[in-house]
Ligand binder design. Structure first.
Ligand code: SME
Length: 159
């Protein structure tokens, strides 16, 4: 399989339709979680060139453990309710942060990061991990991204 570069439109319905198609294309039929999330992090990073970190944290007992990602090395464990990731897990909903310095308890991994989005992923109603994405731009992620990413992530590991 060779990767064919796609040109994404501005973020909106068409963008998320294409992102969903790309995620399906590069993860469909694969049941191994690491393989699926590794390609998913790459596909999402291609779609968000202003994101400096795209990756997954996976629920491991009472904390989140670093999973496949694109970007600089990051913290490997995040406690329940800690940071943006642990907070999204605890609240059971996505969190969009316009300026990370203003989010109390934010865990800094890359000092160039200004904004962040964390989207929980569920199976049978239970959160098994989160997508975390950082950007060097302030307020880079929107409520539309929250909804778009939620529906795209639902495609992953679908039976
Ligand atoms: N900022 C995250 C930590 C992970 S890094 O951004 C990759 C947080 O506050 O949970």
């Amino acid at each position: 399989m060779s990767y064919i570069e796609v040109r994404y439109p501005e973020r909106g319905a068409e963008f998320y339709k294409m992102l969903g198609e790309q995620l399906e294309l590069y993860t469909r039929g694969e049941r191994d979680l690491t393989a699926v999330l590794a390609n998913a992090s790459s596909v999402i990073a291609q779609a968000f060139p202003k994101a400096n970190w795209v990756g997954f944290y996976l629920v491991d007992k009472n904390e989140l453990r670093l999973g496949p990602f694109q970007g600089r090395p990051a913290v490997t464990r995040i406690g329940y309710g800690l940071g943006v990731c642990g907070s999204a897990w605890k609240r059971g909903e996505a969190i969009v942060v316009d300026e990370v310095e203003c989010f109390e308890g934010h865990i800094a991994c890359d000092c160039n990061t200004h904004s962040e989005i964390v989207v929980p992923m569920r199976r049978n109603g239970e959160i098994w991990g989160v997508l975390d994405m950082d950007s060097v731009l302030p307020a880079h992620f929107t409520e539309e991204d929250r909804a778009g990413l939620e529906s795209c992530l639902d495609l992953l590991l679908r039976p």
